[in-house]
Write a protein that binds this ligand. Structure first.
Ligand code: LMR
Length: 394
């Protein structure tokens, strides 16, 4: 059997990580994988995480299993972070998962199990792994237009025109904030129009929120998710703590299902527990426990939020600096979108040849679709990138 295995296409983001690591140039610039880095190029362990780890080491007396959905306190704390008081807590089922990807995978599996005829709609473009997992599960997928290549903003009329084909029972996947890979996001009027449309069509919204706190702020970034959850009868939500708590390798995510009523919550919870048991049994606990400690302790929470805010404002500053430098070099304000986008990513709009030229001539690594990780920049590399973009004729 093993000699007959076929090779699977490599994920383009992970492939780029390998290419970057193999490049011997000292002045190479990594704008690939979505990992936050500070001005020194370091992905720090956040202060509140360190403090919580220290406390956990002192206080934890057992590592026996928690529950199949993880510690309910984690689900409660994360529900508060993502949903605030937008929905009655009694309607919300929650399960800890290995990272946000684990939550996405479990949600897709649940959709396939409950409604094998459902089409899952994803934005064009979306995080490539959404499509990869849907294909892996043999699910029907369609893409809706999302990004205007000219303006580099959301093409909302095109998005709604495509979503006109959504059928009852379909699932529409939306990015809660900080759209990956484009950086272009819906405003609240547009979120409202999407909610109205999905309700009229009888479709279920699914929200992937992996960058809460990286865009306009912790509360503001959850506004679209809260609007949908409060207005649609049911909503699936995949949340990640990788980025906003900086605990990437701890694999800390949460799947939430907002049920149509409190009575129906138990069956959603039962399905989540069942899926966890089938796929990996008990979910990882370490990261989830740290997050719970931080969110339920006023001092730790305040420090976490202050550091997250510093990270967010740093990325915003880099966006403004890059847009200003590009304006200076090209004499045009066509790169103003860089300052308008939010989150870690911007899609630059360079073609594959230009992306390759920037990599080969300048050692700048961005994903082939010209997604760049703003957090990979610093004051020294902003002018280098701007020069490379201008040189490549983007
Ligand atoms: C990204 O989009 O770069 C991140 O979400 C990391 C990943 O797993 O792809």
């Amino acid at each position: 059997m093993l000699e007959k295995l076929t090779q699977h296409p490599q994920d383009k983001i992970l492939m780029l990580m390998g290419m970057y690591a193999a490049d011997p140039r000292a002045d190479k610039v990594d704008l690939g994988v979505g990992v936050y880095r500070n001005a020194e190029g370091v992905t720090p362990v956040m202060r509140a995480i360190k403090a919580a780890e220290h406390r956990l080491w002192q206080e934890q007396t057992t590592k026996a299993y928690t529950g199949l959905a993880g510690d309910p306190a984690y689900g409660d704390a994360m529900r508060g972070l993502v949903l605030g008081d937008a929905v009655d807590a009694a309607r919300v089922a929650a399960a800890a998962t290995p990272g946000g990807t684990g939550a996405v995978r479990q949600a897709f599996e649940m959709i396939r199990m409950e409604n094998p005829d459902a089409t899952v709609w994803v934005s064009d473009p979306t995080w490539p792994n959404h499509i990869s997992i849907l294909n892996h599960l043999g699910m029907t997928m369609r893409q809706y237009r999302y990004f205007d290549d000219e303006t580099r903003a959301v093409d909302f009329p095109a998005m709604m025109a495509d979503l006109a084909d959504v059928k009852s029972g379909d699932v529409v996947l939306l990015h809660g904030c900080c759209h990956n890979p484009t950086g272009a996001n819906l405003n609240l009027t547009e979120w409202q129009a999407v909610a109205d449309h999905l309700n009229a069509a009888g479709a279920t919204p699914m929200i992937d929120i992996a960058y809460q706190g990286f865009g306009d702020g912790v509360e503001q970034d959850a506004a679209g998710t809260r609007l949908i959850a409060s207005q649609c009868p049911e909503t699936l939500i995949a949340a990640s703590c990788s980025k906003n708590f900086g605990i990437y390798r701890e694999r800390t995510g949460l799947l939430m299902g907002v049920a149509p009523s409190a009575d129906l919550r138990a069956s959603v919870q039962g399905t989540f527990n069942h899926l966890n048991r089938q796929n990996y049994s008990f979910p990882p606990d370490h990261g989830a426990r740290l997050v719970t400690m931080i969110l339920t302790d006023d001092a730790l929470r305040a420090d976490w939020q202050a550091e997250l805010e510093e990270m967010r404002l740093g990325m915003l500053q880099l966006r403004q600096d890059l847009a200003a430098e590009l304006q200076r070099l090209t004499g045009s304000d066509r790169f103003g979108f860089v300052a308008q986008h939010r989150g870690m990513f911007s899609r630059l709009g360079a073609n594959p040849d230009q992306v390759q030229a920037m990599r080969e001539k300048h050692g700048i690594y961005m994903v082939g679709d010209s997604r760049l990780n703003i957090a990979g920049l610093n004051a020294q590399t902003v002018p280098i990138l701007a020069r490379a973009i201008a040189d490549a004729g983007v």
